[in-house]
Design a protein around this ligand. Structure first.
Ligand code: ASP
Length: 324
């Protein structure tokens, strides 16, 4: 009996020490960000303006990556990254939100966790400083997925989130772009998708919607499956562009569904949904996405999309499309 126990112990010790000698494979971490797609042309951009966008995107990406590097969750990384972009007047989200037809700022945001398909969103809020925080609170602190307008604001107050006077969202640039009406600067939403050390994917999107919107119009950004989607077994996606088309094409979920039911890769799926389905519908915009292996895609059918990503071995920030 003693001999049997001794041999078992020796066997266990050998196999443990062999395991210890294995080089541990570090799971990939990655983050990808967008700051909106649209008519972004180099000829309309000064060097200074370009640098401002790039450095804010880099700051946001690095902040999110730092969370992941410290062993934090993809959910925290997405939230932290989006807060930085929401606090900047450069992007159409939070501080820099575009104006509605009635010269107000109505903000939408959503967030989703790929490990359990939990999601939260707010739509048409006017006092919440960081709508992405409110979206996360809806996911974690309520039984609901999407809260809108006064009800959402009441909920945010109960959660003790920062609120501001609606004048906080006033920026000269957006007021002018409302006056110039529609044509330019229609987009500029922000979004982020991250993969953490535990293989969990999270995605989030935040926006002021489309300039000149009216009648309580809500776009795709707070709609799970259209503007945001995350599923560990497929991918995480954040969209930007003409929201109505993203809702009709259920763009974010469609990319995931091509992977889940069609066995396609992330690249093939994103490429098909943006360059065929969305484009054939007449929609314009783009997406950022990543999968559990850390593969990243950034697809758009507009002239440009503010975008960037960071992985263990690269950091990339770009604005224009391949045509430029
Ligand atoms: N997708 C947003 C919306 O339609 C706008 C944008 O991405 O800039 O509300």
């Amino acid at each position: 009996m003693l001999r049997i126990i001794t041999s078992i112990l020796v066997f266990l010790m050998i196999s443990c020490s062999e395991k210890n000698q294995e080089v541990p494979i570090k799971p990939p971490i990655a983050i990808v960000v967008h700051g909106g797609a649209g008519t972004i042309l180099k000829k309309n951009m000064s060097y200074e303006k370009e640098e401002k966008y790039k450095s804010k995107l880099e700051e946001a990406i690095r902040a999110g990556y730092q969370v992941l590097q410290n062993g934090g969750t993809s959910l925290d990384a997405v939230e932290q990254t989006i807060i930085i972009l929401e606090d900047s007047p450069l992007f159409n989200a939070g501080k820099g939100a575009v104006f509605t037809h009635d010269e107000k700022n109505e903000l939408d945001a959503s967030i989703m966790e790929g490990s359990n398909l939990k999601a939260g969103a707010v739509a048409g809020v006017t006092h919440i400083k960081n709508p992405i925080r409110a979206a996360r609170a809806v996911m974690e602190k309520s039984e609901h997925v999407l809260l809108a307008r006064e009800g959402a604001e009441h909920f945010a107050l109960l959660q003790k989130l920062d609120t501001v006077s609606p004048t906080y969202f006033f920026t000269e640039k957006r007021a002018k772009s409302l006056k110039r009406a529609k044509k330019e600067e229609k987009f500029g939403t922000v979004g982020c998708v991250a993969l953490d050390q535990n293989g969990n994917i999270a995605a989030g999107t935040s926006t002021g919607g489309m300039t000149n919107k009216k009648w309580g119009r809500i776009g795709d950004s707070p709609i799970i499956g259209a503007g945001t989607y995350a599923n560990n077994s497929t991918c995480g996606v954040s969209s930007t562009g003409w929201g109505e088309y993203f809702i009709r094409g259920v763009v974010a979920h469609d990319i995931s569904a091509m992977m889940e039911y069609g066995g396609k890769s992330l690249k093939e799926s994103a490429n098909h949904v943006i360059h065929h389905k969305l484009t054939e519908l007449g929609g314009t915009g783009g997406i950022i996405a990543l999968d559990q292996k850390g593969n990243i895609v950034m697809e758009f059918n507009t002239d440009g999309m503010y975008r960037g990503f960071m992985t263990e071995d690269s950091l990339s920030i770009s604005i224009y499309g391949p045509k430029i």
